[in-house]
Write a protein that binds this ligand. Structure first.
Ligand code: UFG
Length: 342
């Protein structure tokens, strides 16, 4: 069986963890990354964990000629397409960059898949497509809400492009994974999230505050209509999330899907408040975090968590990592990168 999997954005946070899981499951990940928002040390971390080299090509997925060369050289069974811009706030100020990069790279992938007969693609979608759903938890049938940022709209448009292609080109199989909030780091603490500049996301801000890089964490809003007043999310461990990609690739290779376009929620099925995350982080790592309540952050939704029944039953996948362990790994990873800088 052809075990070669093209992993675009494989040096990124979720991409690097997925390469580890793919390789451990007997696949051969081939990474293409332009390193625009990732670092080579992620590749080094992956190689250290696996104890072997992984093929890496520095290229931009929007560069059709460069990608053509790669598709000519390798015979891929599947693609996992992570490469995309992902900062919600930045997408509001740079919409063209987001549309050009996120749509352009996907369209390139699909054109090359057709030309070179690569049948399978896993796409990194997001729970952002649901917006503030009327009924919680959200299932895959929950209607998508109008996107509130160009980033969110690229995720919806990419899903639509993939769906149209699955109809027009029946040989192409698509699985879109709608990620909830990925957090944590590999248990080895050799790979993890590497935000550039001031982190937007909760966990890197928490770990950087614990490390003294940021003076204070702001919890955005404590007047939401939730039990403790802070927002609720479905925080999914990044290794659990990575494993969902392996299940998705296997499903397409084995041809066990119900159709050639499928969507799965990838979460834990449990909503946790921001305050609970912060307090759990303090407890499991035995430290006191400097934090305060602050105003709500514009654009934040109040609550979202996944109904994961479909993914559990159909993908044969389930999130298993306890939040305590995920938050311990996140802190160990922060300490590891800080020690590398010294
Ligand atoms: N939060 C804080 N303080 C911070 C950072 C975040 O209180 O410094 C809060 C937010 O207000 C939110 C929660 O922590 O309530 C989680 O925030 P993140 O920024 O970590 O994640 P979001 O849920 O806002 O966004 C994530 C992904 C997006 C995706 C979105 C919806 O980062 O890519 O989920 O699925 F679009």
């Amino acid at each position: 069986m052809n075990k070669r999997v093209l992993v675009t954005g494989g040096c990124g946070y979720i991409g690097s963890h997925t390469c580890v899981e793919l390789a451990e499951a007997g696949f051969e990940p081939i990474i293409v990354d332009n390193l625009s928002n990732s670092e080579k040390i992620a590749l080094e971390g992956v190689e250290k964990i696996l104890g072997r080299k992984i093929e890496f090509i520095k290229a931009d997925c929007c560069d059709a000629a460069a990608m053509e060369e790669i598709f000519e050289k390798y015979d891929f069974s599947s693609i996992i397409h992570f490469a995309a811009f992902k900062a919600v706030g930045e997408s509001v100020s740079k919409p063209l960059d987001y549309y050009r990069n996120n749509l352009g790279s996907l369209i390139n992938m699909l054109s090359l898949m057709r030309k070179h007969n690569v049948p399978n693609i896993v796409f990194s979608s997001s729970a952002t497509v649901y917006g503030q759903a009327d009924v919680l938890p959200v299932t895959e049938r929950t209607p998508r809400k109008e996107a509130t940022s160009p980033y969110g709209s690229t995720k919806q448009m990419c899903e639509d492009i993939l769906h149209s292609c699955s109809v027009a080109y029946p040989k192409i199989n698509v699985i879109a994974l709608r990620y909830f909030n990925p957090i944590g780091a590999h248990p080895s603490a050799l790979i993890g999230e590497l935000p550039r500049g001031v982190p937007n996301n909760l966990i890197p801000f928490v770990t950087q505050t614990a490390a003294g890089i940021r003076p204070m964490l702001s919890i955005f809003g404590n007047d939401y209509n939730t039990p403790d007043g802070t927002c609720i999310r479905d925080y999914i461990d990044v290794t659990d999330l990575a494993k969902a990609h392996v299940c998705a690739v296997n499903r397409m290779i084995e041809g066990t899907g119900h159709s050639n376009y499928e969507v799965f929620n990838v979460g834990t099925g449990r909503g946790v408040s921001t305050l609970e995350v912060v307090q759990t982080f303090e407890r499991v790592n035995n430290l006191k975090l400097n934090w305060k309540f602050a105003d709500r952050r514009e654009g934040d939704i109040e609550s979202v968590w996944a109904d994961t029944t479909y993914a559990n039953e159909e993908l044969g996948w389930k999130a298993i990592m306890p939040l305590d362990e995920t938050l311990r790994n996140a802190w160990r990873w922060q300490q590891y990168i800080d020690s590398q800088k010294k």
